[in-house]
Design a protein around this ligand. Structure first.
Ligand code: FMN
Length: 273
């Protein structure tokens, strides 16, 4: 198993946190985070590395423009400038987020709202690298700041689209019921619970006989300028699906099927077979 606790439980309890208690994470816990990130770095098939940066005596040095308060450590995700695989990046970063959750810590995916220059300096970024995502890591303050509550309401952070808008049977017009999903009901529900940029939930899945085809339904006017944030969201969904399927003993693997086309405005990504 990837974690000490059930991954299904971890996915259910993870929630973005933007108000931390201002205390440094214990050294022994930090070391566990670093060790896990090192393991991910060593196994990664793309040009990526994840590192932990501490903000201990430098209140405000790692700028997050008031979006995050009281965090003393941050995970920093670093990609080679030529590396385009945002799906794999999202998959790997979510593994780290769930590992932190397993250790009783809170996190928050940040694709924006942080000072890239501060993080570049503190994470020793090379000329040919950039930072698509960072996440604070620490213990939440019991009462969140008003700004955090307002932000959660603004993006509907506690809501997810219903199954009928995300998961389909045979084609994109027929919703798949949870009972029709059979043993895949739980892994599909874990996709539905995934975090996504601005909570847009761009994943769509079609079950076809024994295959589950994953598509990306892009949000209009959601640009892809330097980094494809919505492909990153698909990576998070893959992580939740795969780890929960493994936990349930379901066998299968990811496969790119050559003759599957895009559907209207849905981009085909991959299939679980
Ligand atoms: C790729 C990605 C980028 C995100 N970027 C930001 C961000 O820049 N600022 C922020 O406050 N939250 C950000 N979030 C957090 C989402 O708003 C949050 O995951 C979503 O509203 C669902 O809430 P939950 O994580 O508490 O379940 C991001 C999430 C993802 C997955």
């Amino acid at each position: 198993m990837e974690y000490q606790q059930s991954v299904i439980k971890l996915i259910k309890i993870r929630k973005s946190c933007r108000t931390y208690d201002g205390k440094a994470v214990e050294k022994i816990t930090l070391q566990k985070l670093i060790d896990y990130a090192t393991q991910i770095n060593e196994k990664a098939k793309i040009k990526v590395r994840f590192t932990l940066v501490n903000n201990n005596n430098l209140e405000g040095k790692l700028g997050t423009y008031g979006n995050i308060s009281g965090a003393k450590s941050f995970f920093v995700g670093i990609l080679h400038k030529e590396e385009k695989d945002a799906t794999e990046f999202g998959y790997l970063f979510e593994k780290i987020i769930l590992f932190a959750t397993d250790l009783g810590l809170q996190t928050c995916w940040l694709g924006g709202g942080f000072n890239r220059r501060d993080f570049k300096q503190n994470a020793n970024i090379l000329e040919n690298e950039f930072i698509p995502i960072v996440s604070p890591v620490g213990i939440k303050k019991e009462t969140p700041r008003l700004i955090e509550s307002v932000l959660r309401i603004a993006v509907g952070a506690d809501q997810r689209k219903p199954w009928s808008e995300l998961i389909f049977k045979g084609n994109a017009a027929v919703p798949l019921s949870e009972s029709d999903a059979g043993p895949y009901a739980i892994p599909l529900e874990m996709v539905r619970l995934a975090p996504s940029a601005s909570n847009k939930q761009p994943w769509r899945i079609i079950k076809d006989n024994n295959a589950l085809h994953f598509y990306l339904c892009r949000t209009r006017s959601y640009g892809v300028s330097n980094y494809d944030m919505q492909k990153n969201d698909i990576g998070i969904a893959k992580c939740h699906f795969e780890l929960s399927a493994i936990e349930l003993g379901l066998t299968g693997k990811w496969q790119q099927i050559a003759n599957i086309n895009a559907l209207d405005d849905w981009e085909y990504i991959t299939s679980w077979i």
